[in-house]
Design a protein around this ligand. Structure first.
Ligand code: ADP
Ligand code: MG
Length: 250
């Protein structure tokens, strides 16, 4: 059951990324490389830039300066095709954003068919198999409003991984859930880690970060202040800002 170790290949590389909204410097020259099979967890106060960083990786926000590479391709190149890049990245946000008028199966297969051009029977078979192995098989024909928030979020994750994206970006995926529903979503993330999914995740769940992360990255005001394996970052932080942040959230 041990997680798949990284093979060292870099999936996402962020180089000197800057992002400003008006006169507010939200990302101030960030560097971050994520290896294949690695789980990187972003922590930091609200407003520190975690979501903006994830959005630049998915081209929801354009960088003002710097570059981001996906498996070596410069996705920040203005000539890069945003749709084909996004098709290589799985994303799940705080709010599940399932289509209410589509069943679970239809939600999950939509992008596979429309964006990736999968044939409907293939998309359906793969989706059913994935739902089954992840404990959601019985929900395939349900509409989202018949599911709990935890189930909806698990469906959103299944949708994001169906086409085996190179990296999965998860932004505070448990923060809109009732506390008793958080566990089942975190269980699914554990399972994805076990399967070797490359994940970059922003979370407030410090105990989960400690458990699941290969590396924890602490952001403060758009600066990467400190990073390291969870035991180092949580138990022996080197930077006063990290110490102060951890004292507040624990
Ligand atoms: P985090 O996810 O760490 O809480 P965010 O990346 O959401 O931080 O936000 C970082 C800062 O950027 C915040 O001050 C936020 O208000 C600001 N910000 C984020 N998105 C926008 C936007 N589209 N327009 C203006 N300001 C934004
Ligand atoms: Mg955020």
């Amino acid at each position: 059951m041990s997680p798949v170790p990284s093979d060292g290949a870099v999936v996402i590389e962020v180089r000197g990324v800057r992002k400003r909204f008006g006169d507010h410097d939200v990302l101030r020259g960030l560097d971050l490389a994520v290896a294949r099979h690695e789980v990187v967890v972003l922590i930091g106060a609200s407003g520190s830039g975690k979501s903006t960083l994830l959005k630049t990786m998915n081209l929801i926000e354009r960088v003002d300066d710097g570059q981001i590479f996906l498996s070596g391709d410069d996705i920040t190149d203005p000539r890069a095709d945003a749709d084909s890049i996004r098709a290589r990245i799985g994303v799940v946000f705080q709010h599940f954003n399932l289509f209410p008028h589509l069943t679970v199966l239809e939600n999950i297969t939509l992008a596979a068919r429309k964006v990736h051009g999968w044939r409907a029977p293939d998309a359906r078979a793969r989706a059913l198999e994935l739902l089954e192995t992840l404990g959601l098989g019985a929900k395939a024909g349900e509409y989202p409003d018949r599911l709990s928030g935890g189930q909806q979020q698990r469906v959103a994750i299944v949708r994001a991984i169906l086409t085996e994206p190179e990296v999965l970006l998860l932004d505070e995926i448990t923060s809109a859930l009732d506390p008793q529903l958080v566990g089942e979503v975190l269980d699914l993330v554990r399972e994805l880690k076990r399967r070797g999914t490359t994940i970059v995740m922003a979370t407030h769940e410090m105990s989960f970060a400690r458990e699941v992360a290969d590396r924890v990255v602490f952001l403060k005001e758009g600066v990467l202040v400190e990073q390291g394996p969870p035991e180092q970052l949580f138990d022996a932080p080197q930077h006063p800002a990290t110490v102060e942040f951890l004292a507040r959230v624990r």
